[in-house]
Ligand binder design. Structure first.
Ligand code: G3H
Ligand code: ZN
Length: 295
């Protein structure tokens, strides 16, 4: 089976991006896997520190490994937004394929220093683990926010991107390019969209010369996503949209079976609702090309 690095290279060549979907229970994992399988596309499943705390680090590693082996399928596991080396080491030892080592809240020089140390320590445990570093400010969590934060001052520059990549040795860079974690209610209702600084993405890619991830994919304009991918984005993260679908699906399942107590009879609408989001986002990330290729 091709490695995650090989698949990223292939995605880059084909002008498409790999979808990264956050999960924190079996409903979400089933839905993400079913969506990817239906379109025959490789997929990344990610869990932040909080999501890992809930599911279990070794438990999710075992689940994803079992899907990969039983179905001979390119599903990969990412330790999303990891803020300490100890948590990174835990994920590396459990067999995660990649990590987002996120010290973007620290002063820039300190972010470089500690990320470099993390790259060395994590690759000593697993040389093929891909390490992503983060720069700039893209706001807080994958939740519904009351106000849009002012992220203009935290936008990444091409010079910073180059300095960070050269100084750390990261495989993947996550810059701040107008993206933001979470959604406003107007985005959940489909009235507004996030927009990206496309020119900045192209300039950062040229300067940094590594794979690039776009965080905060939920609620982003489809056209902007196409342009961002054409400009050098190789992975797109989506979380809040899945969480919203999960909740709506769950409510639907409970409303449909008001007296039911059997989880596997209540939960299928939640799986279906999340899967629909996964399918529609994967189609955008692949610009319609996935049907020709497949895994
Ligand atoms: O790492 C997770 C993502 O960046 C998700 O962002 O909740 O805005 O989709 P989102
Ligand atoms: Zn993120």
């Amino acid at each position: 089976m091709q490695s995650l690095r090989d698949l990223l290279q292939e995605a880059q060549k084909n002008g498409v991006a790999i979808g990264h979907f956050n999960i924190s229970d079996l409903v979400l994992l089933k839905a993400v896997f079913a969506g990817a399988q239906e379109l025959k596309l490789p997929v990344l499943v990610g869990l932040s520190e909080g999501e890992r705390e809930f599911v279990g680090v070794r438990q999710i590693a075992a689940l994803v490994k079992s899907l990969r082996e039983e179905f001979d399928y390119p599903i990969f596991l990412n330790a999303d937004h990891t803020h300490s080396l100890a948590k990174g080491v835990e994920a590396a030892k459990a067999g995660f394929d990649s990590i987002v080592f996120d010290l973007s809240a620290l002063p820039f020089e300190e972010n470089i220093r500690q990320t470099k140390q993390a790259v060395e320590a994590l690759k000593a445990i697993n040389p093929s683990m891909l390490v992503e570093g983060e720069i700039g400010d893209i706001g807080t969590g994958s939740e519904i926010h009351d106000h849009a934060p002012d992220l203009k001052k935290g936008l990444s520059t091409p010079a910073e991107a180059k300095q960070f990549v050269d100084g750390t040795g990261v495989d993947i860079l996550a810059p701040a390019v107008g993206n933001m974690h979470g959604m406003l209610m107007s985005m959940v209702e489909g009235e507004t969209k996030k927009h990206l600084d496309i020119e900045r993405i192209g300039a950062i890619k040229k300067a940094a010369g590594v794979f690039m991830t776009l965080h905060g994919g939920s609620g982003t304009d489809d056209g902007d996503l196409h342009k961002a991918i054409a400009g050098g984005i190789n992975i797109v993260h989506v979380n809040t949209e899945l969480r919203v679908a999960w909740r709506h699906g769950l409510e639907q399942g409970l409303a449909k079976h008001p007296e039911e107590v059997v989880p596997y009879k209540i939960l299928p609408p939640a799986v279906d609702a999340v899967k629909e989001v996964v399918l529609s986002r994967l189609r955008v990330f692949n610009g319609g090309r996935h049907f020709a290729q497949g895994v």
